[in-house]
Design a protein around this ligand. Structure first.
Ligand SMILES: *Cc1c(COP(=O)(O)O)cnc(C)c1O
Length: 222
């Protein structure tokens, strides 16, 4: 057993029942992903399209590939045939393009809506108000080839645990609101993707069902 494998198993054992782990393998070589695969890891997260394409071609076909980064509309077509979950949808334009590409491949692509709750400024993600407005407008219902499965967020990169808890708590409240208002009839709207290496224990306190952990498994990125 390698150190990476031991680390991965320890992490998986420590997660509550029902919480899934995305092994964030961006910037790490294919050999590292193979090591994780050997101890049963199947969910991998990547944030660049070209890197994902290369790795997907080399790893066994039963891997599930999650796209966790900012996705440019013009690159959706490359990953549409196989991507298992797109975490960071933050515009109508992107959602619509995913729908279009999914239709071309006669599949339904699972996505999460990215919400921006961190105090730190970021270009990406709907603000809570924008998210509510987007869902209330209802245009997303036209997208028959996407399945909106929940929300994704990132907290601020700060040591202040109270702040991080409050931010994840805000995402948790938005999830509950969206579920009650718009997805009460959907068995698929179940995913809260929050928590990374440094803050996943706090994310779990606030309802996370899917943690995205990279450096704690694979070490520092090159
Ligand atoms: C890189 C990345 C992660 C993993 O970060 P670590 O701190 O290495 O665990 C999680 N989510 C997103 C969106 C990322 O880009």
């Amino acid at each position: 057993m390698t150190a990476l494998q031991q680390q991965l198993l320890n992490l998986r054992d420590s997660l509550p029942e029902g919480v899934q782990l995305v092994a964030v393998s961006k910037f790490h070589p294919v050999e590292a992903l193979r090591e994780a695969y050997e101890v049963g890891q199947r969910l991998f997260g990547e944030s660049r399209v070209q890197e994902l394409q290369e790795k997907q071609a080399l790893l066994p076909k039963d891997c599930e590939w999650h796209f966790i980064g900012h996705l440019q509309t013009n690159k959706v077509k490359y990953i549409a045939p196989y991507v298992a979950l797109i975490h960071a949808v933050d515009s109508w334009r992107l959602l619509h393009e995913i729908d279009r590409q999914a239709a071309r491949h006669a599949r339904r692509i699972r996505v999460l809506l990215q919400v921006h709750v961190a105090q730190e400024s970021s270009k990406f993600g709907f603000s809570p108000d924008e998210l509510r407005e987007f869902l209330n407008l209802g245009m997303w219902r036209e997208c028959q080839h996407v399945e909106i499965c929940g929300l994704m967020t990132m907290a601020s990169f700060v040591d202040d645990e109270a702040q991080v808890r409050a931010e994840f708590g805000q995402a948790q409240e938005l999830f509950a609101w969206a579920k009650a208002q718009h997805f009460a009839q959907s068995p698929h709207f179940t995913t809260c993707s929050w928590g990374m290496s440094d803050d996943y224990p706090l994310a779990l306190e606030k309802g996370s069902t899917l943690v995205r952990v990279g450096s704690k498994i694979f070490g520092a990125r090159q």
